[in-house]
Design a protein around this ligand. Structure first.
Ligand code: CP
Length: 309
């Protein structure tokens, strides 16, 4: 259960015990019970796709812990534009840093990169595949808002086909005793292979076509945008664009204690009128991204296994 020096390229790299430890360490950091120290350590942020939250929350986390950050933010600005391979790029970067945080359009690129370096590699999103540190942020938000994950009725609404945050989140969620509703337009339903894996775990998984029929049952509603950039055919995107919206009228039918989450960025799937409601938690969720990444850096790079020094 030690996370020291571990790669985090998939949620499959994390046991339920590892996740509990990361959540508990995040709580300690949040409550000021753990003073992690990354002075002298360097994080390399390597982002070959756009990002606001993931890149800047890793940077904020490292700087709040006293560490430094170096950044490579586009293939055009790096020697990849001259034909250098990703493998050579990360080999070079491990000479400059203690941990490599990599976002890449190609599924599996962080796993491949991790095989070329000794230093830990953290997947910051690989194509439509996975986004494990967003999942940790999401689980921390649910756990801290609800006190427990077991016993909850959780719906994930939106682009379940291309959304990497969904692909990572559903896997640990079904390790808990939950009811999980997967709600999407039929063209954007979750990949069959993922659904088959979910069927083997403890949580119950139910697919639905509309959020209206279950909104009154839910404790957590996790909304995602339609990933326009992943569609090969823009006409197919136009067919599903704008097909769902969370607004006040819908939330009037929900429990007052429902929490509405979204990994962001949002386009039009949550109306801005929801932002002021007590149910909206997506900006708290993005703020939690810094705390969870502070905890993760402490557990991967620190010497105290998340224990108070
Ligand atoms: N949630 C998330 O991954 O946001 P960014 O794409 O801005 O990093």
């Amino acid at each position: 259960m030690k996370l020291k020096d571990k790669d985090i390229v998939s949620v499959e790299d994390l046991s339920k015990g590892d996740i509990s430890k990361i959540l508990e360490t995040t709580k300690k950091i949040d409550e000021g019970d753990l003073k992690a120290d990354m002075s002298g350590k360097v994080l390399a942020n390597v982002f070959f796709e756009p990002s606001t939250r993931t890149r800047l929350s890793f940077e904020t986390a490292m700087k709040r812990l006293g560490g430094d950050v170096i950044s490579l933010n586009s293939t055009q600005a790096s020697s990849i534009s001259k034909g250098e391979s990703l493998a050579d790029t990360v080999r070079v970067l491990e000479g400059y840093s203690d941990v490599i945080v990599l976002r890449h359009p190609k599924e599996g690129a962080p796993k491949m990169a991790s095989q070329f370096v000794e230093k830990p590699v953290i997947n910051a999103g690989d194509g439509s595949n996975e986004h494990p540190t967003q999942t940790l942020t999401d689980l921390y938000t649910i756990w801290s808002e609800k006190g427990s994950i077991d016993g909850l009725k959780i719906a994930i609404l939106g682009d379940l086909k291309y959304g990497r945050t969904v692909h990572s989140l559903v896997q640990p969620l079904v390790e808990y005793d939950i009811q999980l509703y997967l709600v999407s337009p039929s063209q954007l339903s979750i990949r069959r292979s993922i659904l088959e894996d979910l069927g083997k775990k403890s949580g119950e998984v139910i697919q639905k076509a509309s959020i209206e029929e279950i909104i009154d049952k839910l404790d957590v509603l996790y909304v995602t945008r339609i990933q326009e950039e992943r569609f090969a055919d823009k006409e197919e995107y136009e067919k599903v664009s704008g097909s769902y919206e969370i607004n006040k009228e819908l939330l009037d039918q929900a429990d007052d204690d429902l929490i509405v989450m979204h990994p962001l960025p949002r386009i039009d799937e949550i109306s801005p009128e929801v932002d002021g409601l007590k149910q909206s938690k997506y900006f708290d969720q993005s703020k939690n991204g810094v705390k969870i990444r502070m905890a993760l850096l402490e557990l991967i790079l620190g010497d105290n296994d998340g224990k108070r020094t």
